[in-house]
Design a protein around this ligand. Structure first.
Ligand SMILES: Nc1ncnc2c1ncn2[C@@H]1O[C@H](COP(=O)(O)OP(=O)(O)OP(=O)(O)O)[C@@H](O)[C@H]1O
Ligand SMILES: [Mg+2]
Length: 368
């Protein structure tokens, strides 16, 4: 997968930009607040349909403007794809794939796969479980549309179930309708739980390999999916989870929310049998986070037949020289977009980013 061209209008601090990219490594250099992250964000939006920042679509529109657009052309193994997103302050965004408007965002996800890595992702291991769930969700959704749809279905059902606790004044009133929600909830929960378990099992060998490459092979990395449903992942999953929901009903009613389910999932991470989240050093946590991200690349390649696009936002400043060098070894495998504030010894096409303008820098000594 390769992005050949990007055209953006009134997106973040970009008034108008049209740029074509190197099929290997693209390095964007610029001072703070010039638009480096915004550029990666526009690419990410064309791949996932929403930003990696937890923000509203309207926030992407250049201040003082009413509308924005991003157009991205990508070359895939068997066909090319053009993604266009139009943002408007007064209505929902519209998305076109190869000039045809799509009805659901699920039609976009998986068209052009992406792995995004920023200093925030370096905290993947030590941050809250929510970040690790998002990690699973974005990755699996790109590989399975069914997962993406089930995830949004699950979230809606869960919100409705929790709302029931708020609007009903007695437990008996809740009991009148809860069964309908619970039946729907467990059928989506099952798909999420099984897919997440499979995902964690699949990335483990790649993560171990990447980890031993980056750390010099001294420690044994283990990952295990921790299911928040409170029941075994077997053929009786739905029935058992429904029973457990029933058992917890009074407690959930008092709490005002559902206490079991995939919204409580996590990934347990160990190095030599020690839990990294609570006991790992900062360096160990970062190396594991990096390994998980690199494992995503390899796993997507294995499952989809092509490497995803790799976006590296400002990560080199956060890594020591040895880790930087080892990360760069991976970078050559797929089209990569790197942002940094100072010039680094990275082979690839250089771009200078300044106040929403991007200029290609000709390097005569460029090695290939
Ligand atoms: N909707 C918007 N309209 C106009 N400008 C915006 C909008 N959203 C963000 N900006 C501005 O865009 C500028 C560039 O942001 P960006 O995060 O891309 O910088 P950066 O080059 O990555 O900087 P750093 O090196 O600090 O990470 C910021 O100053 C920000 O205030
Ligand atoms: Mg930035």
């Amino acid at each position: 997968m390769k992005i050949s061209e990007l055209e953006i209008k009134n997106f973040r601090n970009y008034k108008s930009l049209k740029v074509s990219f190197d099929e290997k490594v693209n390095v964007f250099i610029g001072k703070n607040a010039q638009g480096k992250t915004n550029l990666l964000e526009s690419i990410f939006c064309c791949c996932i349909g929403k930003s990696f920042k937890n923000c509203k679509d309207k926030e992407l529109i250049l201040w003082g403007q009413d509308a924005a657009s991003v157009k991205m052309t990508a070359e895939k193994k068997f066909r090319d794809v053009k993604v266009e997103i139009f943002y408007d302050r007064s209505r929902k965004k519209t998305v076109k794939i190869n000039s045809l408007p799509i009805k659901r965002l699920g039609e976009l996800i998986g068209e052009v796969n992406v792995v995004f890595f920023s200093p925030q992702e370096l905290k993947l291991v030590k941050e809250s479980p929510e970040q690790r769930r998002t990690f699973m969700d974005i990755d699996i959704s790109q590989q399975s549309r069914r997962y993406f749809y089930q995830l949004s279905r699950y979230e809606k059902i869960l919100a409705n179930r929790n709302k029931l606790f708020k609007i009903c004044s007695t437990l008996d009133a809740v009991k009148e309708t809860i069964d309908i929600w619970d039946r729907a909830l467990v059928s989506s929960a099952k798909i999420l739980a099984f897919e997440r378990q499979k995902f964690v099992q699949e990335i483990l060998p790649y993560a171990q390999k990447a980890h031993s490459f980056i750390s010099g092979g001294k420690e044994n990395l283990q990952l295990s999916y921790r299911c928040g449903c409170g029941v075994p992942l077997d053929e009786n999953f739905e029935e058992n989870m429904a029973k457990l929901l029933r058992k917890n009903l009074e407690k959930d009613f008092k709490l005002g929310y559902t206490s079991i389910g995939p919204h409580r999932d996590d990934i347990d991470i160990f190095l030599n049998d020690v839990e990294v989240k609570n006991f790992g050093s900062q360096g160990q946590q970062r190396t594991v986070a990096l390994s998980l991200k690199l494992a995503e690349l390899e796993n997507m390649k294995a499952n989809c037949g092509e490497y995803p696009i790799l976006l590296l936002d400002d990560v080199f400043s956060e890594l020591d020289a040895e880790r930087q060098a080892r990360l760069l070894k991976f970078v050559g495998r797929t089209q990569t977009f790197i942002t940094c504030t100072d010039e680094r010894e990275i082979e690839g096409t250089l771009f200078h980013v300044s106040a929403g303008q991007v200029t290609k820098i000709e390097r005569h000594t460029q090695k290939r």
